[in-house]
Ligand binder design. Sequence first.
Ligand code: BJ8
Length: 384
Amino acid sequence: MSELVLPEHFETYPEARKKAFLTMKELKEQGRRIVGVFCTYTPWELIHAADAVAVVLCGIGDDNIPAAEVRLPKNLCPLIKASYGAAVTDKCPFFYFSDMVLAETTCDGKKKMYELMGELKHCHIMQLPPGKTGLGALDFWKQEVIGVKEDLEQFYGIEITEDKLRSSIRLRNRERKAVLDFFEVAKLKPSPITGYEISTVISSNEFSPDLEDKIAFLEQRTKELKDLYERELKGKPSRPRILITGCPTTGVMDKIIKCIEELGADVVGFENCCGPREKKDPIDEAKDPITAISEKYLRVNCSVMSPNPGRLEALDVQIDEYQVDGVVEVLLQACHTFAIESDAVKTFVTTKKHIPYIAINTDYSPSDQAQIDTRLGAFIELLQ
Ligand code: BJ8
């Protein structure tokens, strides 16, 4: 193997980023295959069955945006701009060391950005049907899933066998269960874990190369938190309990999740792609693997699907299960699908579940932090 080179400005990077680069470099030096991914629709089982590691690519960081705005419009979702900016400036260790990217046509901004990203690296773009139930939606999507399998086989010169797929499905279902159990610790009242810790643990574990290690870590932490609850928290009063919904929140963890908790409430649930959305829905292990994988991922409740009634159904269940007092919807700048759906979400939360709702429109810049603090502070006061 030719020697792997670190990015030109590596020495100027913050320590955490340097560490991630070195971890990824080590993986490559071990000869591991690495596939970058972005979205919950990605069929991870196919990547795993190709003996590759799936890594979630960076879509955070205000500092990644100026480089993206050289080619992308300013009035675009920060997640899209940060993803391209981190890739084009060699600041995302996962993109830098991935062999290829598995992307998807979810929202318009992302799918057009992938055309630019494809100039940097091989991007396989899965075409999503516009709805889950429309005529031929599943057949269409199944062909796309087969297309991913064929591209992985051709790209790596391998064969993804049915046995490999079945064992990947079983392992990923176990991982789903471990992640779900970890999220569900916050159902306890009072919650033994902050929403900030939940988000940090989940996002830092997303690129774990060994799923068995990840499962063991999560099972251990879940047990510790349950013990802590029994020992010290059971029967104690709870702070107001918040559920987060809307766009992914990894890029605004400090700005919103930490802020809510510093203002006196607990973030206990996430009805977004940083939460248990797809973890609650295992893949059917008895069916033909390609059919089961296709059916499973087509059930994801994302606002890019029209119609998308599953999201309100999930909210209904989660608000009850997590004993939620108020809902905070995070809307990233220029995310039209979630912004439009927010009207239905607000109506559902306030008139069917009879609890307060607030929408926060934001991006990755710190400029609106004071305004967010004020609005969230008033919202939490209402819940106390
Ligand atoms: S399955 S939520 S991860 S698309 S990038 S849609 S915020 S304008 S991320 Fe997502 Fe997959 Fe759906 Fe989940 Fe809006 Fe921004 Fe688009 Fe976004």
